[in-house]
Design a protein around this ligand. Sequence first.
Ligand code: HEM
Ligand code: SF4
Ligand code: SF4
Length: 405
Amino acid sequence: MNERVALETDIEFIRHLKKHGGETMKKCFQCATCSVACVLSPKEYALPRKEMINASWGLKDKLMADPDIWLCHGCMDCSQQCPRGARPADLIAAVRSYVYRNYSVPKFMGKALSEPKYLFWLFLVPVIVIFGLALITNVVAYGGDMNFFLVREGIIKYEDFIHKLTIEALFIPGNILIFWLAGIGLYRYWSGLSNNYAGKPVKSFIKSVFEVLGDFLVHKKFEKCPTNSNRHYGHMYAFYGFIGTMIATGLVVVGEVYHYGHKFNLDFLTAISFELPYPMGLMHPVKILGLVSGVFLILGLLMMFLKRTKQLERESKNTYNDWLFLSVILGVGITGMLSVFIRMSVDANTVWIAYTNYFIHLVLVFFLLWYMPFSKFAHMPYRFLGLTFLKMHGRENKQEFFNRN
Ligand code: HEM
Ligand code: SF4
Ligand code: SF4
């Protein structure tokens, strides 16, 4: 006698997928053209056909435990070839966005970041917090005279508006908190994958981490997709640009440590700060690193931006999540570069332009970093973990498998 199996359909999950790019999934008639087209698909239980059927049945648990969604690098080959216009690439992107929402802690943040109606409130929080820093600076340093747009000692310093120490007092513990929350989400995701995956690991965690890192540093998987291989330049520029700006920002903080060590005769502070000067001149190597990295970040992001505007709607539809992430990170890059150059071009009468740009920059940095575990920026740790899991279990794409055998 045939056994009956009850499938547990999750309607809320289907709604999310439809809203975030998967609205055409029901068109799929399981012909598997997409899996043949996809060079990153493994040879068994191929991607993305099985994801299409699991999604249209609303099998949330199955898809949340499916590491293959991280193999997909969004090249759109499958969507171009699909005879039904079902856009499997967008569907997989929608599943990934549900992963951030499902595992994020606290959960409401995942929902808030994926729905436009919460955007105003999401911006209001950093606006109030950063204004609070300007207020503290003004009260502590200038007796609360409420003149925010002043040049105090003849040269334009952002410290007159928002003191660096207030920024550090906010961002250092805040970043630790955010990374801790992200860690909880990632741990839960890893447990979900490990508890539901049928195969056994064939490689150690550490070895897999290094292999994924090696592949990623040269963007090996991006390059594989034949029709869209030039896409990897945009990501590569943005990625290395971002890392460069982060390193430069970190070194500027070290320079500040030197500055305060020197100012207050604290030898142990000057000793740990490599004698990096603060402020740094435009020709200082750390400043050059920051500026060159900023140019690469903006260039890479503009390339990705342009690509999205040129996409055919039949092949891929841009979603709110895509635009939000791209716009915020591009905003961080542009206002960051402007803050260097505007400062050199304004005077006491026009200093408000520099301070306003700096204010917007800090609001966007807050948005990018503190909402990281809940937004598309979470692709960075989640994808890394997903790809590590796949490496550990020896799940390779078919091309590599056939090359080897
Ligand atoms: C472990 C590190 C990372 C990995 C493995 C990774 C991988 C990927 C992949 C495969 C995509 C294409 C699929 C998708 O849109 O989700 C992507 C998109 C993207 N990544 Fe990364 N990424 C990493 C880190 C970063 C960092 C640090 C940045 C910061 C600049 C970044 C910026 C972006 C942007 C802006 C997109 C969206 C492109 C678009 O909308 O067309 N990524 N990433
Ligand atoms: S998504 Fe398109 S190509 Fe893939 S199985 Fe469905 S109908 Fe076929
Ligand atoms: S978008 Fe590219 S990598 Fe992703 S499933 Fe389709 S063909 Fe494969």
